[in-house]
Ligand binder design. Structure first.
Ligand code: TYM
Length: 352
């Protein structure tokens, strides 16, 4: 997919190579904050992998974001390594995509600070993810949790991303990113590209297995809520078997059947069959047969990822090499962008 390159005013500095007919740029990120689950895979990773050929991609393991909630050195380090291996095992290719760890490119934290100056307190207070995560503990949560969306805006704006492939829960953060970019551009001159969220109609909100009114989440207290990409086949079968269902016995999707809609969505995305075809196949068969088959579909889909994961874990240098090379490429782009941003804002002693 080709877009017209944006004309950028320059002050002896380029935002990014702006050759006409360049490929659209993609940036997305994932927190190393727990078990990667089917929701992360269907809402994000799978789309990143599928679109690698089409776009100019940057994918970021956002370890600075993971500091917004309490963690430990050991947990964070282990989660970063796990996530790196999971992304590579899922098919992200370091030859075709830039894959790196956020803190390896210190410009992200710097840009976050600069963008804080054009972000309003009220905007951040309205973020639903902040309200959900802070809950009743608003006075005790970290300031990092509050400015979390500004760091996310920095990730996106740093690389002139046109598109941000994410699940539904990130939409509000990307809208805020656009507002921040617009305000910055109005105040300092055209500097940032306004990004568009790339949210697919199916899979953007996979719900918890034990409660279809809540989204599947890494931070859930009960592991029965999600299928982790690392779960062994028996655990996967058991979790699907125990997934809550709706009243009635027909395998159909619809607003009155949130649990079945969720399970049918997972089945459809992993098998490539439409929900209508699945409803027809399971008509009159009952939930038990459907769930047993879905368990096998999930096991078969995750199996190849798990086999590659085992290979990568046997060779820890593979991920380390890939991420070091990715950080090098990301730093190069970030350095150029930040030189422009500092100049636009009048920071430093300057050259003229
Ligand atoms: P995170 O780490 O919570 O989730 C990573 C991606 O997975 C998607 N996702 C889901 N999709 C469908 N169903 C679900 N139940 C589900 N749960 C999670 C998320 O929408 C996301 O796409 N703030 C971001 C990380 C981030 C980022 C960025 C994303 C930091 N900087 C820049 C995009 C661009 C987050 O916490 O994602």
């Amino acid at each position: 997919m080709i877009v017209e390159a944006r004309e950028t005013e320059t002050i002896g500095l380029q935002t990014a190579p702006s050759a006409p007919g360049r490929r659209q740029r993609v940036l997305s990120g994932m927190q190393p904050s727990g078990n990667v689950h089917l929701g992360n895979y269907l809402g994000a990773i799978r789309n990143w992998v599928a679109q690698q050929e089409i776009y100019d991609n940057v994918f970021c393991i956002v370890d600075l974001h993971a500091l917004s909630l309490p963690t430990t050195r050991e947990t964070l380090r282990a989660n970063i390594r796990n996530l790196a291996n999971v992304l590579l095992a899922s098919g992200l290719d370091p030859e075709r995509s830039v894959i790196f760890v956020q803190s390896d490119v210190p410009e992200h934290a710097e840009l976050c600070w600069l963008l804080n100056s054009v972000t309003q307190f009220g905007e951040l207070r309205r973020m639903t993810q902040f309200k959900d995560k802070a809950g009743s503990q608003v006075e005790g949560v970290s300031a990092a949790l509050f400015v979390y969306p500004v760091l996310q805006a920095a990730d996106i704006l740093m690389y002139d991303a046109d598109l941000v492939p994410v699940g539904d829960d990130q939409k509000q953060h990307i809208e805020l990113t656009r507002d921040i970019a617009e305000r910055f551009n109005a105040r300092y001159g055209e500097t940032f590209v306004l990004p568009t969220p790339d949210i697919k109609p199916a899979g953007a909100r996979i719900m918890a297995l034990d409660d279809p009114t809540k989204k599947m989440s890494k931070s859930a207290t009960s592991p029965n809520t999600y299928v982790a990409l690392r779960d062994d086949p028996d655990t996967i079968r058991r979790k699907i078997r125990r997934a809550v269902t709706d009243s009635g016995s027909e395998v159909t999707a619809g607003p009155d059947k949130p649990a079945l809609t969720n399970l049918l969505t997972i089945y459809s995305l992993l098998s490539g069959e439409t929900i209508a075809a699945l409803e027809a196949r399971y008509a009159g068969k009952g939930y038990g047969v459907f769930k047993a088959d879905l368990g096998e579909v999930v096991v078969d889909a995750i199996g190849p990822i798990q086999r590659r994961l085992a290979e990568l874990e046997a060779d820890p240098d593979a991920a380390s090499r890939a991420l070091a090379a990715g950080a090098e490429r990301a730093r190069e782009r970030a350095r150029r962008k930040m030189a422009l941003v500092r100049e636009r804002m009048g920071l430093g002693f300057g050259r003229s």
